[in-house]
Design a protein around this ligand. Structure first.
Ligand code: HEC
Length: 118
């Protein structure tokens, strides 16, 4: 009896602890988001015609991905991509792209290039 109570206590403590620590682990967010890099570029910096993700806000990404996930018929690539994630994973991916400040960096690089062209 005592033994099983102890097991439950440890299990409960572990659950509380793990939720707390995972919530703060941004490497998980980055790992989940790395799947998107195949098509949308590293850190969401797309090459060519593809839409980039580095300038997406948390709110827009969560909305977009949930819309895609909720489609009645899966018509394009993104509907299938979005289907593969849970709500929590979508939020983590959105937090990752929202946290990137590479848009500013990209803009300043463009400005530098323009300077050099003069
Ligand atoms: C296999 C390639 C591929 C992968 C992987 C992929 N996407 Fe896409 N994504 C596309 C294509 C192609 C489009 C253009 C619209 C369409 O056909 O659905 C797109 C469009 C989007 C759009 C709309 C862009 C806009 O500005 O309207 C968002 C947001 C998006 N993707 C987010 C993601 C996220 C987040 C992931 C990772 C979970 C991801 N994509 C993974 C191919 C991909």
């Amino acid at each position: 009896m005592y033994q099983s109570k102890k097991v439950i206590m440890v299990a409960a403590l572990f659950t509380v602890w793990s939720q707390f620590s995972f919530a703060e682990d941004t490497t998980i967010n980055r790992l989940l988001a790395s799947q998107c890099a195949q098509c949308h570029g590293t850190y969401g910096m797309a090459v060519g015609e593809m839409d980039g993700l580095n300038d997406e806000s948390y709110k827009d990404l969560v909305e977009d991905l949930n819309d895609m996930r909720g489609e009645d018929s899966l018509e394009n690539i993104m509907d299938h991509q979005a289907m593969g994630y849970t709500q929590e994973q979508i939020e983590r991916i959105a937090r990752f792209y929202d946290s990137l400040k590479v848009t500013d960096l990209q803009e300043s690089e463009d400005e530098e290039e323009q300077e050099e062209d003069k």
